[in-house]
Design a protein around this ligand. Structure first.
Ligand code: SF4
Length: 78
């Protein structure tokens, strides 16, 4: 990582979910989210992902940091 580069332009290159369909990354339901959630399990940038997306404060819908979010709240397993 180069110090003069904004962090966002570097860490995203390592995103394990990058090649997945948008329907999985921005899933509304857990079944659709599974491929992205599995990608998170081996993703090296979980912390920057959570820090940057900041799901709780952006009302995020989809997968971020190994969790599925709906309106910024974590969708918990039943
Ligand atoms: S932590 Fe999950 S959602 Fe975030 S970049 Fe990695 S694979 Fe994608």
């Amino acid at each position: 990582m180069h110090q003069h580069d904004p962090e966002a332009f570097d860490w995203r290159a390592d995103a394990r979910c990058a090649a997945l369909p948008m329907t999985s990354v921005f899933a509304r339901r857990r079944a659709e989210a599974q491929p992205a959630l599995r990608a998170c399990n081996t993703c090296p940038i979980v912390e920057p992902c959570l820090r940057t997306v900041d799901p709780a404060n952006t009302w995020f819908d989809g997968v971020c940091g190994g969790r599925l979010w709906s309106n910024g709240r974590e969708v918990l397993l039943p």
